[in-house]
Design a protein around this ligand. Structure first.
Ligand SMILES: [Zn+2]
Length: 437
């Protein structure tokens, strides 16, 4: 592994801290030293690579804490529909035609999009997850992967759980530890009690997380109250689900009691503003969650409901959406930046990943701060949260490996991934025509 010197950078070790002028030594996948360039050069000696600062910023990589990566294949396939109709009429029928190799190429394309927006780690829930894992392995990015289990009845639940556990056996801790695996009962309304309880037992036994969708729509909450006499959060709490560490996407419709339960049980919440806006689901109570002490991360959800995987756009939307209710002080820039970075690393349970300190993983990005839209600079966090865009991400380093440099992806052939997905989309154009024309 190369020994790299990042020389004379503006340095933001954690988004709510002050910016410093620093140089960093990366070695063995970690940040070995932080200091003055002259002192590090004298101390450490020779470097395999020196990357010069010159008006650029080093900060922690972004974490996309909830996505369905391979759904980039269905980008723009069906839009402007209610969630249930979108799933039942458009997406599920198309997904029935999916083949493993399609998931591989779509995942690789999705990773290209993630890297271009400065994402160094993501949490994914989908199927044919071996293919996603292979794409993660090849690309050098970090990921928490899970097979999305959908099983209302017991017989199907056993098969689904077996598939989820196979993924754990095959991939948890693989790719030099860059891959972790979670168990993913898709949602309270798509999985029965047996599956939920077994998933929790297995998660505890393997020391892994549960990844799910929770309280996404008002309809989901109303159905849960009608069926169980409880909100989805209360229902999972009473089933004992929160005995395992849980990553819960959406959490849009929450009562005060729900928020207390999430806080007490240290449930990791993922805010998905684009998806919630596009599906008309509502606005997640991010301020109330943060005030209650809940760790809130940020995710794009799948490209089917977003329609891109641009985490800078997501960050800006989160900061703006928090204010729509009438409070312009809600989710200020530094806090929004935390949601997209260090909170995400914590939400995924990534040990030694997050703030850029000596000994932490070298998961970081280099941003060009020289663009007209970033000039002048009074307050760095404000420029980052409200003015920067993904095209300003120049370089992405994960576990000490340079995956993108000068906006060129180094670890795989992005052009090939694009060409393959374009080719694969022909099949789905046919399917789409046969259903709707
Ligand atoms: Zn989702």
């Amino acid at each position: 592994m190369a020994r790299i010197l990042l020389k004379d950078f503006a340095f933001l070790p954690t988004p709510d801290g002050p910016v410093e002028e620093r140089s960093l030594v990366i070695e063995g996948g970690r940040i070995a030293r932080i200091g003055e360039a002259s002192e590090l050069e004298a101390e450490v000696g020779r470097f395999d690579r020196v990357i010069e600062g010159r008006g650029r910023l080093v900060m922690p990589g972004l974490v996309n804490a909830h996505t369905h990566l391979a759904m980039v294949l269905f980008r723009g396939y069906a839009d402007d529909l209610p969630l249930r109709e979108w799933l039942e009429e458009a997406i599920w029928p198309a997904e029935r035609h999916l083949e493993p190799k399609e998931v591989y190429w779509a995942s690789l394309l999705g990773i290209a999009e993630l890297l271009r927006s400065g994402v160094t780690a993501f949490a994914d829930m989908y199927f044919y997850m071996d293919e996603v894992a292979r794409a993660v392995e090849a690309s050098g990015i970090r990921a928490q992967l899970s097979y999305g289990m959908i099983a209302p009845d017991r017989e199907r639940a056993e098969r689904e759980l077996a598939k989820g556990l196979e993924l754990v056996e095959r991939w948890h801790g693989q790719a030099d530890g860059r891959i972790t695996v979670a168990l993913a009962p898709h949602a309270p309304y798509t999985c029965g009690e047996w599956l939920w309880q077994r998933a929790v037992e297995e998660a505890q036994e393997h020391g892994i997380m549960i990844h799910t969708h929770l309280s996404e729509t008002a309809q989901e909450v109303a159905d849960s109250r009608a069926r169980h006499g409880k909100s989805p959060v209360e229902y999972l709490a009473d089933l004992g689900v929160f005995a395992a560490p849980v990553l819960a996407a959406h959490c849009v419709h929450l009562s005060d009691r729900d928020i207390e339960i999430l806080a007490e049980n240290k449930v990791q919440v993922v805010h998905n503003p684009s998806s919630n806006m596009k599906l008309g689901s509502g606005i997640a109570p991010v301020q109330r969650l943060l005030a209650a002490g809940v760790n809130v991360a940020l995710g794009t959800d799948g490209a089917g409901t977003n329609n891109n995987l641009d985490m800078w756009e997501e960050l800006r939307l989160a900061a703006l959406l928090a204010k729509v209710g009438g409070d312009p002080t809600a989710l200020p820039a530094p806090q929004a930046l935390k949601l997209a970075t260090v909170n995400g690393a914590q939400a995924l349970g990534l040990e030694g990943v997050g703030p850029l300190r000596e000994g932490m993983a070298a998961d970081l990005i280099i941003l060009d701060l020289e663009g007209p839209h970033l000039t002048p600079q009074y307050n760095l966090a404000s420029n980052l949260a409200y003015a920067l865009n993904s095209a300003d991400v120049e370089t992405v380093i994960v576990a000490g490996e340079v995956l993108m440099e000068g906006r060129e992806i180094k670890s795989f052939d992005e052009a090939e991934a694009k060409a393959r997905v374009r080719e694969l989309s022909e099949k789905y154009k046919e399917i789409r025509r046969s259903r709707w024309d």
